[in-house]
Design a protein around this ligand. Structure first.
Ligand SMILES: NC(=O)c1ccc[n+]([C@@H]2O[C@H](COP(=O)([O-])OP(=O)(O)OC[C@H]3O[C@@H](n4cnc5c(N)ncnc54)[C@H](O)[C@@H]3O)[C@@H](O)[C@H]2O)c1
Length: 386
């Protein structure tokens, strides 16, 4: 539920409701908010004495000083933990190292973990907060666009296992999410594009208006205009928040809960693996969105009237405008289709016999299709078999 900010320096503030637990946490969005981290933390945690400030080796040198200074101004004792950048840090070794560090720093139950970074930092630090002393408070300060619009909201925290991504995790809702769009200015364009893919996904699922607005605002977002970023991030967070509020722990009925957020992700996970992670997650999601559109059309879920632009074409045009990859067929050669099918069979979200595949009847209207890996591959093959 969106609530307008009350303070001048906080242009946009959203509140995300977590209804099953009869509580909500604020998502604060505004240019310059990182400098107010200490103030916001003190306001929400009046009894905290120590803070574990977790970041990665790219983000800590850029924003660690500002965050630390702002926390110390509130007389908080700050302990900094810097992890290597990249997905490989979402591992048991880093998790245990972080928790050992928090023990050595004598953090206690009333103290707070602050995750300052992309989704890797948020997921790892979040899981450490969930486990340390059976759980202490967590504040998310996402600095990548993907983490701002997606990973920091919803309470999922996890590390990877050799057998799969995010297999070792839990739900740990943050007490506050603080989003400063000004930090996007140092984010590489390729990472920014990955965040745009998730924003487009939110529009494709829940709001045609947002879908088109993200495309229209692409140039301004690549130019790092903080006001435009703030508005679009707030809209995307609002859409994700509404979805996770209906199903905070992903237990909802198929189609009604957060399972819809998997739009594009069934194929994306398989392509990421097949590319040996040469494709970034958001780039794989872009190809996955095209696959979802194609499959929806071929399953006759999405129907195109004469003279209308088909769903796959709409998706392709939007992704191209966002400078994301669109060449799905390059990934669907005969040899790759076999690997794709094998990867789909291993997908952890698969039911016993079928995969809950999220399709679209049109932009803004998702539906769950129950399909086997073979059916998915057959429906994606180009040219379409008769
Ligand atoms: N918990 C969830 O609900 C959820 C949802 C989506 C994704 N995720 C997870 O998030 C991770 C991906 O997140 P990500 O794309 O943010 O990756 P990431 O954390 O690896 O960040 C991407 C890169 O950008 C750098 N970076 C971040 N902010 C920066 C800034 N402001 N300036 C300069 N460099 C910056 C990072 O150091 C890193 O090199 C994956 O592990 C994924 O599983 C979690």
């Amino acid at each position: 539920m969106a609530q307008p900010g009350t303070e001048k320096r906080k242009p946009i503030a959203l509140h995300v409701a977590v209804p099953t637990e009869d509580e909500s946490y604020p998502v604060l969005i505004g240019k310059g908010l990182l400098a107010r981290l200490g103030y916001e933390l003190r306001r929400s945690h009046p009894n905290a004495r120590r803070v574990a400030l977790v970041s990665d080796e790219n983000v800590m040198p850029l924003y660690g000083g500002l965050a630390r200074g702002s926390l110390e101004a509130e007389e908080l004792e700050v302990h900094c933990f810097t992890i290597p950048a990249g997905e490989s840090s979402k591992c048991l070794e880093q998790l245990v190292g972080l928790i050992e560090g928090m023990v050595a720093a004598r953090l206690g139950r009333r103290d707070v973990v602050v995750a300052l970074g992309g989704g890797v930092v948020g997921d790892l630090a979040g899981l450490a907060a969930a486990l340390f002393m059976r759980g202490i408070d967590l504040m998310q300060c996402p600095t990548s666009l993907l983490a701002q619009v997606d990973a920091s909201v919803g309470g999922k925290v996890a590390i990877d296992l050799p057998s799969g991504k995010n297999l070792f995790g839990t739900f740990h809702f943050p007490t506050v999410v603080l989003i400063d769009p000004a930090v996007i200015k140092t984010l590489p364009d390729r990472e920014l594009a990955c965040g745009l893919a998730e924003m487009l996904k939110h529009g494709a699922l829940f709001s045609p208006e947002h879908f088109h607005q993200v495309v229209d605002a692409a140039a301004d977002m690549y130019a790092h205009k903080p006001e435009v970023l703030a508005r679009k991030i707030a809209a995307s967070v609002g859409l994700k928040a509404a979805c996770v509020s209906r199903d905070p722990r992903e237990q909802g009925e198929a189609g009604k809960g957060r399972v819809a957020l998997n739009l594009g992700h069934t194929i994306a996970h398989a392509l990421e693996l097949m590319s040996d992670f040469e494709l970034k997650h958001g780039e794989a999601v872009a190809l996955g969105l095209i696959a979802a559109a194609r499959l929806s059309e071929r399953k006759k879920l999405a129907k195109t009237e004469e003279g209308e632009v088909g769903l796959e074409e709409q998706m392709r045009a939007a992704l191209a405008a966002l400078r994301l990859p669109t060449n799905l067929d390059a990934w669907l050669t005969e040899a790759r289709l076999e690997r794709l099918e094998a990867n789909l069979k291993n997908d952890k979200k698969r039911g016993f016999a079928s995969i809950s595949y999220i399709g679209l009847s049109r932009i803004g209207d998702p539906a769950v299709l129950s399909l086997s890996a073979q059916e998915i591959v057959a429906l994606l093959r180009n040219p379409k078999p008769d």
